[in-house]
Design a protein around this ligand. Sequence first.
Ligand code: DQA
Length: 150
Amino acid sequence: MKKVLVLHGVNLNMLGTRDQRQYGRANLEEIDGELQELGASLGLSVETFQSNHEGKLVEKIHQGRAADFRAVIINAGAWTHYSYAIRDALELLDIPIVEVHLSNIYAREDFRRHSVLAPVSRGQICGFGKHSYMLALRAVAELLQTAETA
Ligand code: DQA
């Protein structure tokens, strides 16, 4: 099965406890479980990883180069808005990257409207709660299939 890496950044381990109006009720374990289930139905093997340490996320991205991942889905949390380190690490990968947010980052505070990851991402999905991740996984399945048949 093709491998897809799903990365969750800072504070996302607190889902379920954080502002539920923005982020919904599901916790990270539930989201990861749903991603794995959906992945299996799409013929994808989903590995998930969360860290509150920027360097750990960067190292996971570095390891992704050798680990034969076919795509990365990333919700970097607040790092989205200012981490050039994560941006540069993602740029090292030559596979599709999909940026995800639970909330609609364009309908919130000004600082959330800018993503430093967007320029190195194939696309962005935001505003659909946990479904943002599921839509991203479906997009990845389409992309990988199209790449194969092209
Ligand atoms: C978030 C949006 C970010 O602005 C915020 O810092 C988060 C979560 C989202 O999923 O909506 O931690 O990435």
